[in-house]
Ligand binder design. Structure first.
Ligand code: ITT
Length: 191
C-alpha cells in the first residue's frame, strides 16, 4: 500500500506538478492535496515564510505533510524583487507589471526558488531548496504553467519561456523539481 503525504497548498498547479513527479520518481508515496488556509506572513527569505506557513497549519493537520514557498527573483535590476513578495505582486501588478519595470533593461537575470518544508511523523521539520536560473523575457509567451511562467526563460531551455514548455519539460528542470528531488531522496533514505 502507498504511504500518503499531504501537500498543504491552495495552488492546483503546484499539486499537479508535484504529483506528476512523485508518480514517476517515487510511486511508493501518494501526494494528497490538503487545502487548509495558509498564513503567508512577510519575511526576508522564503525559508522564513515557509516557517510561518508551517506554524499556521500545524494545529490542523496530522503529519507527515509539507508546504512549499516559491518566489520569482529579478536579480540585478530589482535586487531580487518580487522574491518573497511574489504572491502579492502577482495579485496586484502581475507579470505585465514586471515587464514594464524591465522595459529597456539589458541585464535581465532572474531566477525561481522553491523551498519545501516537510514535517515528518515525529513533527521534525526538514527543508529542501531548488533553484532555476534564467532571464526575464522581453514579452510574455506561452499558455502552460502559471504565475510568472510566461515571462521566465530558463538558461536550460533558451528561447522558450516556462509557459511554452510542456508540463513534463518544466518538471525536469524547474526549481520545484529540484526541491522535490531532495525531498524524495530524503524519503527514500528514511523509509
Ligand atoms: P500556496 O497555497 O502553496 O502558498 P501560492 O500560489 O500562494 O500557493 P507561493 O506563495 O509559493 O504560492 O508562490 C508565490 C507566487 O509565485 C505565486 O502566486 C505564483 O504566482 C508564483 N510562482 C510560484 N511558483 C511558480 C512557478 O513554478 N512558476 C511561475 N510562478 C510561480
Amino acid at each position: 500500500m502507498k504511504s500518503k503525504i499531504q501537500f498543504v497548498t491552495g495552488n492546483k498547479h503546484k499539486i499537479e506538478e508535484v504529483q506528476t513527479i512523485f508518480e514517476k520518481e517515487c510511486p511508493e508515496f501518494q501526494i494528497m492535496q490538503a487545502d487548509i488556509p495558509l498564513l503567508e506572513l512577510q519575511a526576508a527569505t522564503l525559508e522564513e515564510v515557509a516557517v510561518f506557513k508551517i506554524q499556521s497549519v500545524m494545529e490542523n493537520i496530522v503529519p507527515p505533510y509539507f508546504i512549499e514557498d516559491a518566489g520569482f527573483f529579478v536579480d540585478d535590476v530589482c535586487q531580487g524583487f518580487p522574491g518573497v513578495y511574489s504572491s502579492y505582486v502577482m495579485k496586484t501588478i502581475g507579470w505585465d507589471g514586471i515587464l514594464k519595470i524591465m522595459a529597456g533593461k539589458t541585464n535581465r537575470n532572474a531566477h525561481f526558488e522553491s523551498v519545501i518544508a516537510y514535517v515528518d511523523n515525529h513533527k521534525a521539520v526538514h527543508y529542501f531548496k531548488g533553484v532555476n536560473e534564467g532571464q526575464v523575457s522581453t514579452e510574455a509567451r506561452g499558455s502552460s504553467g502559471f504565475g510568472f511562467d510566461p515571462i521566465f526563460i530558463s538558461n536550460e531551455t533558451p528561447n522558450r519561456t516556462f509557459a511554452e514548455l510542456e508540463l513534463n519539460e518544466k518538471n525536469i528542470i524547474s526549481h520545484r523539481r529540484r526541491a522535490v528531488n531532495k525531498l524524495i531522496e530524503f524519503l527514500k533514505n528514511n523509509a
